[in-house]
Design a protein around this ligand. Structure first.
Ligand SMILES: Nc1ncnc2c1ncn2[C@@H]1O[C@H](COP(=O)(O)OP(=O)(O)O)[C@@H](O)[C@H]1O
Ligand SMILES: [Mg+2]
Length: 372
């Protein structure tokens, strides 16, 4: 077990030295479960593979514990990795599949036996040890692949989209199993996924990446509630955050956010923060999540200065709630969550009251968060 440190790490591929990972700086705490999330091609696998020693580092340093491992072989790094395409040996039993790496390391037989059985017990596959992979379900096979990784206690576990090939139900179950396994073993872990739900549900902290650059490193709560920039706000959460461009204008002591259709009164705190940025009189982007709006009539009355009226384009029923898509001018749609007791028809004019304390304001050009 160990902490892991990336210090100004770069990866440039090929003749044209295209930057796949750009100035990556991160400390992973000892025993932490950290998730890398981002769209396909953003450099997640490359970063993980550089840590594992499967890919050269173009620039920078990687430490595992106190050791600078840039020149260590994968084996010397003492890391276990689980991939999406877990290849089990078809002719070997479950037991032999799990034992394989330990045999390569020439461990004594009784030690191998103890380790395999312990791993199998943790993963609840101890009844299948004599079976061949083809006699197992997809989930059981994935557990054998995990067993091969956890059979020993390495410095760190690395997971590269290990659940992508499983169906939705099994994925949810395996997610929980990997986390409960982590609680038992407490080995520093990095888990890569392009699925923001997986990232939010599993990570102690989440690292959001885009185009080889870290966008934000935070707890799932902070990544969701305080996205550092518009990319993160768009990527995390379903539906994504709503963004509305508008101009900040003084109204006596107050500041209002104006579009050509409506005006919203800012909280004193937001007004003060945006004044400090000298953005009053300028255009900014307001971000608001679908659940931070209300259709309740008493809310509409109480918050007469934070109303948006739009034309209902359509509603999406998701069981517990309904998401209404409102046309609010400037070719913009606003997605608002409503309790299913609300029934609006397409084409209706409806109003929502925004919870302005929950609103976030982003810079129009840099797309960076301006308020908190
Ligand atoms: N072996 C390689 N040679 C050249 N380019 C590569 C290689 N592997 C990955 N890349 C490029 O590096 C970028 C990051 O890839 P990758 O780390 O696999 O992304 P992710 O795992 O986030 O989907 C992509 O643009 C990809 O095309
Ligand atoms: Mg990948």
């Amino acid at each position: 077990m160990a902490k892991i440190l990336f210090n100004h790490v770069y990866k440039r591929y090929g003749k044209f030295k295209e930057v796949a990972v750009n100035d990556f700086n991160l400390q992973v705490e000892d025993g932490e479960f950290l998730v890398f999330v981002g769209p396909s091609g953003c450099g997640k696998s490359t970063t993980l593979r550089m840590l594992a020693g499967l890919e050269d580092i173009s620039d920078g340093e990687i430490y595992i514990g106190d050791a600078l491992v840039n020149d260590y072989s994968p084996k010397e790094r003492d890391i276990s990795m689980v991939f999406q395409n877990y290849a089990l040996y078809p002719n070997l039993t479950v037991y032999e599949n799990i034992a394989f790496g330990l045999r390569l390391r020439k461990l004594p037989k009784h030690e191998i036996d103890l380790s395999v059985k312990r791993a199998a017990r943790v993963l609840e596959i101890d009844n299948f040890l004599d079976r061949k992979p083809r006699e197992l379900s997809g989930g059981q096979r994935q557990r054998v692949a995990l067993g091969r990784a956890i059979v020993r206690k390495p410095q760190a576990f690395l997971y590269d989209e290990p659940l992508s090939n499983l169906d939705a139900r099994l994925r949810v179950q395996m997610r929980a199993e990997i986390i409960s396994l982590h609680r038992k073993m407490e080995v520093t872990s990095i888990y890569v996924t392009h699925d923001q739900v997986e990232a939010m549900t599993m990570g102690d902290r989440v690292v959001v990446m885009n185009k080889g650059v870290i966008q934000q490193v935070d707890t799932p709560e902070l990544v969701y509630n305080r996205p550092n920039n518009i990319f993160v706000a768009n990527f995390i959460g379903n539906p994504p955050m709503n963004f509305i461009p508008g101009k900040l204008l003084e109204d006596g002591e107050d500041v209002d956010f104006h579009t050509n259709r409506f005006a919203l009164r800012l909280t004193d705190k937001h007004a003060a923060q945006l004044r400090k940025h000298q953005l009053v009189g300028k255009t900014v982007i307001l971000g608001i999540r679908a659940e931070h709006m209300s259709f309740e009539s008493y809310e509409l009355e109480q918050h007469s200065r934070s109303l948006i009226t739009g034309v209902l384009e359509f509603g999406e029923f998701v069981g517990s709630d309904r998401y209404y898509h409102l046309e609010i001018g400037m070719d913009s749609l606003l997605i608002a969550r409503a309790h299913t007791r609300y029934q609006f028809n397409n084409g209706m004019k409806v109003s929502v009251a925004l919870d302005m304390e929950k609103a976030l304001f982003y810079h129009r050009d840099t797309e960076i968060l301006l308020t908190d």
